[in-house]
Ligand binder design. Structure first.
Ligand SMILES: [Zn+2]
Length: 136
């Protein structure tokens, strides 16, 4: 799948392959720096806090809180156009990093800043599992 990617899923390369393999197995991975011990997400080859290259993977708990969101009513790009309305969200992982994702199984009127969420995985038509979040 090298070099593939679609509007729904970012490209998969040697750096991010462990992340996508874990997602397919239902695990959310983040990166943690061995020097300053701070986590980050999305995956980078160096620590965005101290620039160390001694960065490794760790399994996240999958717990998060809702930081901000936007209910998308129109998106003409497949596969999104078949799913509107959906809730694009920025969530704060229990480990600290924030990630762009989607909140599912929650009507927009129930969304609230700080609400507890838990990771779930949705496999798209391209066979790639992406992390989404639902109310805990
Ligand atoms: Zn660091």
């Amino acid at each position: 799948m090298t070099g593939t990617g679609s509007p729904a899923t970012p490209g998969i390369d040697d750096l991010t392959r462990p992340y996508w393999d874990a997602a397919a197995a239902g695990d959310l991975l983040i990166r943690r720096c061995a020097d300053c011990r701070r986590p980050h997400h999305y995956p980078r080859e160096f620590c965005p806090h101290c620039w160390s290259e001694d960065v490794g993977w760790e399994r996240a708990t999958g717990r998060a809180t809702l930081y901000t969101w936007s209910v998308v009513h129109r998106n003409d790009l497949p596969p999104h156009r078949d799913r509107v309305p959906y809730t694009a969200a920025l969530v704060e992982l229990a480990e600290g990093p924030r990630m762009m994702t989607e909140v599912v199984d929650c009507p927009p009127e129930r969304l609230a800043v700080g609400m507890e969420l838990t990771a779930a995985f949705r496999t798209g038509e391209d066979g790639v599992a992406v992390a989404v979040f639902r109310p805990a």
